[in-house]
Design a protein around this ligand. Sequence first.
Ligand SMILES: NC(=O)c1ccc[n+]([C@@H]2O[C@H](COP(=O)([O-])OP(=O)(O)OC[C@H]3O[C@@H](n4cnc5c(N)ncnc54)[C@H](OP(=O)(O)O)[C@@H]3O)[C@@H](O)[C@H]2O)c1
Length: 348
Amino acid sequence: MSQSLNLAIVGTGIFATDTHLPTIQKIQNLTPVATYNRTKSKAEAFAEKAEIPKDKVYDSLDEIFKDPKVDFVDALLPVQFNLDAVKLAIANNRPICFEKPIAANLEQAKEIVELSKKTDLPIAVLENWSFLKAIKILKNDILPQIGDIIGFTYNATGPWNDNNKYLATGWRLKPEHIGGFLSDGGVHQLALLTDVLGDVESISGLTKQVREQSGTDDILFSTMNLKSGVIGTFTYGSAFGATDKSTSFTIFGTNGSVVYDWSPSLNKPTITYQTGTSGQTKSDKQVIEIDEVNTFEEEFKNFAEAVSKKDKSLIVVPPAKAFHHLAIVAAALESSANGGSNVKVELA
Ligand SMILES: NC(=O)c1ccc[n+]([C@@H]2O[C@H](COP(=O)([O-])OP(=O)(O)OC[C@H]3O[C@@H](n4cnc5c(N)ncnc54)[C@H](OP(=O)(O)O)[C@@H]3O)[C@@H](O)[C@H]2O)c1
């Protein structure tokens, strides 16, 4: 267990209130001690819930980063402000973790990556899907059994949700960040895909805007070449008419295949695999039910350890890694604008 750490939470909106605060309160060595929000009344209500003293509800981001009692800052701002927050963190030598996607566009994301490379300060992007236990099971236990990996189909599709609480957030309705919902949720999917199979070399994609409220394109159909030579398809969107929400990742090898399914209709996410070089030599299907970890808790524990040990190399999702996930979305959008041409994906 790492040392006791005091943190400040900035941007006290939906996700700070519903997820970060309850997660942080579960972790023994983390104590929220200060907060800031653009609309101060919301920060005051948040402070009450978080047992943060009234005089630690600050009037500016600047003051938060200057407070010597704050060991690190947890930022949940509209993503176009992530770069400003990182600059303040570095100027004040205060470690920072901030919510995904890394930035509103690749230019800002590159600047964050460059700044983070030049400092020893722990800087993490909160892409919680990289902490999924399923990733380790797939990579370490299953993929070695299915021979050389040939290809994959990744499908994360679902119906439009009129009651989606995030639709009420103005910055999502008029997105300044590239890809709108495609990058908002898409970077999670791409973290999972690339953590299991490696980086993406190029993509051919077609995107479309189905819902006016999305503010921009909200569905993506694509094919990908991975750096490893593996090929596959990636389909993403929750803007369709009534349909089951379906999330599955099938990986095909020369000696078998595996399906990871985390659709909400299942009691638990499952990994189903069979081995064999042909339909005639196939094994029985093996099914693993996964007791998933709380990925939010894991990401905070990971960052707290990096801060305690003053060791940025411990961070599971540093800016350079998160950059690639946004770069895949950027390349898919560029491809679609060019009729689905093949576009190289940038690495940081
Ligand atoms: N990992 C995940 O699964 C996940 C899920 C949801 C959200 N997130 C991330 O969490 C972050 C917050 O999302 P959210 O859904 O909680 O959004 P939200 O409810 O809109 O919260 C954003 C907060 O930022 C504040 N803000 C808005 N404009 C600002 C500005 N110009 N300067 C400073 N502060 C400003 C807002 O203050 P006001 O009160 O004044 O509007 C609001 O409290 C985003 O980065 C999002 O991508 C991650």
